[in-house]
Design a protein around this ligand. Structure first.
Ligand code: FAD
Ligand code: NAP
Length: 258
């Protein structure tokens, strides 16, 4: 009998970048058969002994058409996966499950005017992939990307976000993107400093974006720590927003960052 086909492919690290001592990005070779929808996550594996593997979920940062897969990772010193990941070099191997996962995608929303992308920490990642979809730029009138971090050094991908506006595939829509960095534990002049749920409650996020929030026009994605997702969801529920489901399309999509 032929051996069952492996559920994963073995890929190589093509590029790696340390933003801080606890934030890294890396690119892996991509199996040509690996297809995903922006917003989905991959399962990455490391072989830690002859028979032992450790697998973790990672949102895909790269565009659906890139010939590599990019990821943005925290390094948790006491974690099983990320200290090993941080020690790997270009050329080293990482396993990628053949099937992407998740429903954190823009196709779950009914049409609306504005797309709000709310992130804390590494949860910025899926939005960078989503912002490489031409259809997203065509579909919405405003796109507001909010990235909340503790310290300014954790505001990764700023140059890449700025470059998105000039991308030849959607340059005519580039002006639609508003990027609102939020730094909560340092004072950075000109930058927002409160947590996202508080800024939703007092209207300061809308004022900073110059875009009105309303259940009729806003479609809102929320990704971050489980507590941030819960607090932001609760706040928006109290303002009249609901989770978008296949059977009942609405305004909100949520993803816990771990
Ligand atoms: C759907 C999904 C998508 C994910 N996408 C990403 C991603 O794109 N990038 C990423 O770095 N991680 C992501 N994660 C988390 C990732 O799977 C790992 O948990 C993480 O990389 C740490 O692995 P670890 O084994 O070192 O520590 P673990 O034992 O897995 O985690 C230890 C602790 O570290 C904290 N932690 C875990 N992940 C994060 C994080 N991203 N930011 C801040 N604190 C964290 C939590 O308190 C957790 O209990 C995702 C998780 C899920 C469920
Ligand atoms: N140097 C280090 O060793 C170091 C440094 C930082 C973090 N860590 C550890 O790493 C883990 C993850 O840290 P992180 O900074 O990536 O993620 P984080 O603690 O989730 O913080 C990222 C951003 O999310 C905000 N936030 C946190 N909880 C929120 C909530 N309930 N609602 C809305 N916003 C919320 C934070 O604001 P606030 O600032 O108001 O919390 C911050 O702006 C933490 O468990 C921490 O212990 C270690």
């Amino acid at each position: 009998m032929p051996a069952p086909a492996a559920k994963y492919t073995a890929e190589r690290i093509l590029w790696k970048h340390h933003w801080t001592d606890r934030l890294i990005s890396f690119r892996l070779s991509r199996d040509p058969a690996f297809r995903f929808t922006p917003g989905q996550f991959a399962r990455l594996g490391l072989q830690i002994s002859e028979t032992g593997f450790v697998w973790r979920a990672y949102s895909i940062v790269s565009a659906s058409w890139d010939d590599y897969l990019e990821f943005y990772s925290i390094v948790v010193p006491e974690g099983e996966f990320t200290p090993r990941l941080a020690r790997l070099e270009v050329g080293d191997q990482i396993l990628v499950d053949k099937t992407p996962n998740g429903f954190f995608t823009t196709d779950r929303f009914p049409d609306g005017k504005d797309l709000w992308l709310l992130a804390t920490g590494t949860a910025l990642g899926p939005y960078l992939s989503i912002l490489h979809e031409t259809a997203v730029w065509q579909r919405f009138r405003h796109i507001v990307l909010v990235h909340s971090v503790r310290e300014a050094a954790e505001l990764s991908y700023q140059a890449e976000i700025a470059a998105l506006r000039q991308h030849p595939l959607w340059a005519e829509h580039g002006h639609k993107l508003q990027y609102l960095p939020v730094v909560t534990r340092e004072t950075l002049p000109g930058t927002l400093s409160q947590r996202i749920p508080a800024m939703l409650a007092d209207g300061s996020l809308e004022r900073a974006a110059g875009v009105t929030l309303s259940p009729e026009r806003s479609r809102i994605m929320i990704c971050g720590s489980p507590q941030m997702v819960e607090d932001t969801h609760r706040r928006l529920k109290s303002m009249g927003y609901a989770l978008s489901r296949l059977s009942a399309p609405a305004q909100l999509a949520l993803e816990n960052g771990w």
